[in-house]
Design a protein around this ligand. Sequence first.
Ligand code: GTP
Ligand code: MG
Length: 280
Amino acid sequence: MYIHWFPGHMTKAMRMMKQETAVVDSILYVLDARAPMSCVNEAFDEVIGNKSRMYVLNKADMVEPEIVQAWIAYFKKSAPCIAADSLSRTDAREVVEGLLALNAPLLDKYKAKGVNHTLRAMVLGVPNTGKSTLINSLIKGKKARTGNKPGVTRGKQWVSIDKYIDLLDSPGVLYPDFHDQSKAVKLALLGSIKDEILDIGELGLEAVRFLLSAYPDRFASRYGEEVNAQMPPLEAMRMVAAKRGYFSSDGDADFEKTGRAIVMDLRKGYFGKISLEKPI
Ligand SMILES: Nc1nc2c(ncn2[C@@H]2O[C@H](COP(=O)(O)OP(=O)(O)OP(=O)(O)O)[C@@H](O)[C@H]2O)c(=O)[nH]1
Ligand SMILES: [Mg+2]
């Protein structure tokens, strides 16, 4: 399976983001805490230019706390970084405070001139990392459209989160070219790449491979104790298919249906708090 997905709306989004950078003070760079390195998109560097940035490790509620802490230490070497669970809105204040601290010198400069500057920040990241949900967690009502699939946000949308802070929601953008297919697989597992362009049976096999090596006990407790870490992934997948009764018309396992079920279980967090990658 070779993964490549860079539809026209992403080219358009990049163009819009480059234009809007001129009017923003800062960037909120949203990463999925389950695989934050794979969410770092070099194509964004051109958009960000010399603007200040803060990393937000979103969906931190889905990851082992000690790994979240290790990632924070890792990203802090280059820019401020905080963890967030945007669904529960518990970290909203920390996000706002982080943004204000990042821009303190600029705000002080305006204050000295007697100007109440409205801080503008662009929220960017690869698809489905929770950018719109993060923005919604900072305002009372629900303003930005969200959904558990890539490509929900289209076009640009400015949202005022208080009198003096405006955030720009942006559409998730992937790499124009996935040189590193292992990154692409992780993003596919996170739901950042449209399922329709993926071979979901193959992706399911990748999920099995990962789970058997990183969390074999959790895999076994979900699908049956007879599945073990030593088992070849394809065989493990056959056992899951047999347990669930997923067969194709020729009597063999229905790999597409089984793959989809395993990928969905992974995305929904049915294996507990997990990380697809760890800081080196
Ligand atoms: N568990 C958990 N789920 C989250 C969190 N933030 C967002 N989600 C879920 O992730 C999915 C994607 O959220 P969106 O806010 O639409 O993501 P987005 O980055 O705006 O996506 P695009 O606009 O498609 O690029 C939704 O199902 C959200 O409910 C979080 O902190 N924790
Ligand atoms: Mg969105």
